[in-house]
Design a protein around this ligand. Structure first.
Ligand code: NAI
Length: 302
């Protein structure tokens, strides 16, 4: 095994986690940490947004509780109450930071906003605190560049829905220390995930393979080589994938697919794998973003 790619057997030492961004991903990350018995502070911009995070976390914990304690309503309720009580909701990212062993950032995918946040966190957080970003398409090294703790910085890339998806991609930048790496690997395991390690390359493993595959499927459809249904059926029955590529693009959000492709295309011009299909741009322009807007490659309004 090459150095740095071995799996860890280190015990988890991270007990206190701050998650910044209480949207789709941050809420899920806060939930799995709380389910693992850790103390969590979830931060977002204001109380209204945090209220929504609270509701979505409570619903998701209830679903997990029903699965774990199928025939025991009392135990199920206890699990929900106890897990939920470990999460504090806060609009100030600097509060509770003194206790944080780990900060996981899951805010909007914008480098300037992430830089501003990490700069202020770096000035305020104790020496011991490890920083991580859940970014899908930005460079971890570039995000970490505004901090003085690159040795205590890593990428922790979760998958949606966080409570269900088993994978965690752990991204090491060249400066990430062995100690930090071992600590985040052990933490990932403690929150129930299987960790894989990847260098700081565009899309890491999953999106680097998946996004060009989705783009290629959209181009196949765009050329009229096959219908959307037939492309999806082909990949489900012929390749054994649980979802077809066009269904998956609709599920992910066509705006997200386009945003990732455009970002990579700008940064790595000339790579045909990162070129976005015309029809993807057209659908996004028309506000047809997939499932979330009721229409994308398929119509969900019916
Ligand atoms: P989202 O839009 O659902 O949530 C982002 C949250 O961050 C919002 O609630 C927003 O109010 C909050 N926010 C924005 N700026 C903030 C600031 N300065 N301080 C505190 N909170 C702030 O977005 P989502 O989908 O949860 O994505 C978050 C991050 O996770 C992005 O970096 C994205 O690339 C990454 N990601 C997304 C995945 C997905 O499937 N949606 C999968 C894996 C990673």
């Amino acid at each position: 095994l090459k150095r740095g790619f071995a799996t860890t057997s280190v015990k988890n030492v991270i007990k206190n986690v701050t998650v910044i961004g209480g949207g789709l991903m941050g809420s899920g990350i806060a939930q799995v940490a709380a389910q693992a018995g850790q103390t969590v502070t979830l931060v977002d911009l204001n109380a209204d947004i945090l209220k929504k995070s609270e509701t979505s976390i409570q619903n998701s914990i209830s679903r997990v509780a029903k699965k774990i304690h199928k025939d025991d309503a009392t135990a199920s309720q206890k699990f929900v109450t106890e897990t939920f009580s470990r999460i504090k909701f806060n609009a100030d990212p600097l509060q509770n930071l003194a206790e944080a062993d780990l900060v996981v950032e899951a805010i909007v995918e914008n480098i300037d906003i992430k830089h501003k946040l990490f700069k202020s966190l770096d000035d305020a957080a104790p020496q011991k605190t490890i920083f991580a970003s859940n970014t899908s398409s930005l460079s971890i090294g570039q995000i970490a560049s505004v901090t003085k703790r690159k040795d205590r910085f890593a990428g922790l890339h979760f998958f949606n829905p966080v409570a269900i998806m088993k994978l965690l991609e752990v991204i090491r930048i060249p400066e990430t220390s062995e100690e930090t790496y071992q600590a985040v690997m052990a933490w990932g395991k403690s929150v129930g995930k299987t960790c894989i390690t990847c260098k700081d390359t565009p899309g890491f493993v999953v999106n680097r393979l998946l996004v060009p595959y989705l783009a290629e499927s959209i181009k196949l459809y765009e050329r009229g080589d096959a219908s959307a249904q037939d492309i999806d059926t082909a990949m489900k029955l012929g390749a054994g994938y649980p979802m077809g590529p066009l269904e998956l693009a609709d599920y992910t959000g066509l705006d997200t697919c386009l945003f990732i492709l455009d970002g990579w295309n700008k940064k790595y011009p000339g790579n045909p794998l990162f070129e976005s299909p015309q029809i993807l741009r057209k659908l996004v322009k028309e506000g047809k973003l997939g499932r979330k807007t009721g229409e994308g490659f398929y119509n969900y309004k019916k």
